[in-house]
Design a protein around this ligand. Structure first.
Ligand code: HEC
Length: 141
């Protein structure tokens, strides 16, 4: 394939990637019941958006913040190590993380002896959940 045919293909790829993560936020919101045993969503001003447990960190503003950076939560050592790299959560990597936290940590850290404190795997519709988390992550959170 010559370079002329190749360039348009590259230009289309980011659009395809975007479409792949166009999850349904309403579905994600309905599925949040599966996260509530461990996670709440509480806005900076104290407004409770989702009542939930404290086994996991508050997920308000999670999209756009550095992984493992809630100062009120003690993360496991592997997610803390990711945090040190400055990795920022976006729809794509959050969807991958919640699908299989341990496998994601192994891949990102490039090691097989990771420890995750999130034992749950959200195997179905993770892109919908990611889209929902965007709605509770305003730019100023
Ligand atoms: C059994 C409890 C449990 C359930 C259920 C659970 N989580 Fe978690 N989650 C955790 C814990 C604990 C952590 C911290 C992980 C660590 O430190 O290794 C975490 C971390 C996270 C993080 C990273 C947050 C950050 O501050 O970097 C995200 C995102 C997340 N969970 C999303 C979800 C979503 C969405 C669901 C529901 C689909 C869910 N979790 C279900 C316990 C849970």
């Amino acid at each position: 394939m010559g370079i002329k045919q190749f360039v348009p293909v590259l230009a289309v790829l980011p659009m395809l990637a975007g479409a792949a993560f166009a999850g349904d936020a309403e579905n994600g919101e309905a599925d949040f019941k599966l996260c509530k045993s461990c996670h709440a969503v509480i806005a900076t001003d104290g407004t409770v958006i989702q009542k939930g447990g404290k086994t996991g960190p508050n997920l308000y503003g999670v999209i756009g913040r550095v992984a493992g950076s809630d100062p009120d939560f003690r993360y496991g050592e592997s997610l803390a190590a990711v945090s040190e790299t400055g990795l920022v959560w976006d729809e794509e990597n959050v969807a991958a993380y919640i699908t299989d936290p341990k496998a994601w940590l192994e891949e990102v850290l490039g090691e097989s002896k990771v420890k995750t404190k999130m034992t749950y795997k959200h195997r179905k519709n993770a892109d919908d959940m990611a889209a929902y988390l965007v709605t509770v992550s305003p730019a100023d959170s």
